[in-house]
Design a protein around this ligand. Structure first.
Ligand SMILES: [Cu+2]
Length: 241
C-alpha cells in the first residue's frame, strides 16, 4: 500500500520538473527570435507579454526585440521626420455643423494646425485629450497665436455631425476648432494617410500632429502633454519661415 502511494506520488510528480524545465528552456530562446511589446506613444514602456501601457492605456504592439537591452527613450525617427504636407489627402469630410469640406484645402492648407484623433463615446483617453485641446485653444488665443485645431473622429459611423457638435459644445470649442467625420471609407483612408489608422477604435493613438503647412514643417506630440508645452510646440511651428 505504502509502495503504491509512493509509486503514484512519483508518477504524479516526476513529469512536473521536466515540464518546467521545458518552459524555462523556451524562455531562454535567443533574443533574435523574441518578440517584445511596446507602447506606440511611450517607447520606453516595453513588456514581454501583450497588454496595455500603464501610462496611457494603449494596447502594446509587438515589435522586434532590439539587440540592445535598453530601448531608445525617443520615439522612432520615422514618426517625426518622414511626414510632410504631401501626405495629407484632400478627403471629403463633414464638420460638426454638417458642412461638406475638403480636408487639406479647407482645414490645413497654408495654416498652422494641431490635429488629434478622438471618438465621442470613448471613456478613456478622449475626454482628457479633448480637455487638453480646450486648454490649448484658450492658451493659444491668450498668446495671440493663430492656430486651427482639428479633431478627427476615428469612429465616423457613430460620430455623426450632430454628435460631434454636442461634443464640441461640451468642450467649449470655438470657431477655430473643427471636428471631422464623414464616410467611413474616406475617414479610414484619411487616418491611414496621417499614419494613425487602427483596426480597433479603442487602440487609437493619443498623438497630436502639429504643423505649419505653409513651410511644410511637421512634428508629433503626446496628446496628454501639458497644454502649455503643446502651445510652445505650436508657437514654434507657427514661427517657422
Ligand atoms: Cu479614446
Amino acid at each position: 500500500m505504502l509502495l503504491k502511494v509512493i509509486a503514484i506520488t512519483l508518477f504524479l510528480f516526476i513529469p512536473i520538473p521536466s515540464v518546467s524545465r521545458a518552459q524555462s528552456t523556451r524562455k531562454r530562446k535567443p533574443a533574435a527570435a523574441r518578440v517584445v511589446y511596446a507602447c506606440p506613444m511611450h517607447p520606453d514602456v516595453t513588456s514581454t507579454k501583450p497588454g496595455r501601457c500603464p501610462k496611457c492605456g494603449m494596447t502594446l504592439r509587438p515589435v522586434k526585440a532590439e539587440p540592445s537591452p535598453t530601448p531608445s527613450p525617443t520615439p522612432p525617427a520615422d514618426a517625426a521626420l518622414t511626414f510632410s504636407s504631401a501626405k495629407i489627402p484632400n478627403t471629403r469630410i463633414v464638420d460638426q455643423n454638417g458642412k461638406q469640406l475638403n480636408f487639406y484645402d479647407d482645414l490645413i492648407k497654408g495654416k498652422t494646425v494641431a490635429v488629434n484623433f478622438i471618438f465621442t463615446t470613448c471613456t478613456t483617453v478622449c475626454p482628457p485629450l479633448t480637455a487638453t485641446f480646450r486648454k490649448v485653444q484658450q492658451t493659444a488665443s491668450e498668446r495671440g497665436l493663430d492656430v486651427k485645431l482639428v479633431s478627427v473622429s476615428v469612429d465616423p459611423v457613430v460620430d455623426t455631425p450632430e454628435r460631434l457638435r454636442a461634443f464640441a459644445e461640451k468642450f467649449n470649442a470655438g470657431q477655430s476648432w473643427t471636428f471631422v467625420t464623414g464616410e467611413k471609407g474616406e475617414i479610414d483612408s484619411l487616418l491611414q494617410s496621417l499614419g494613425v489608422a487602427v483596426t480597433n477604435k479603442n487602440d487609437h493613438t493619443p498623438m497630436i500632429l502639429i504643423g505649419n503647412d505653409s513651410v511644410d514643417y511637421w512634428t508629433r506630440a503626446y496628446g496628454l502633454s501639458p497644454p502649455s508645452r503643446l502651445v510652445d510646440l505650436i508657437a514654434e511651428a507657427a514661427s517657422r519661415k
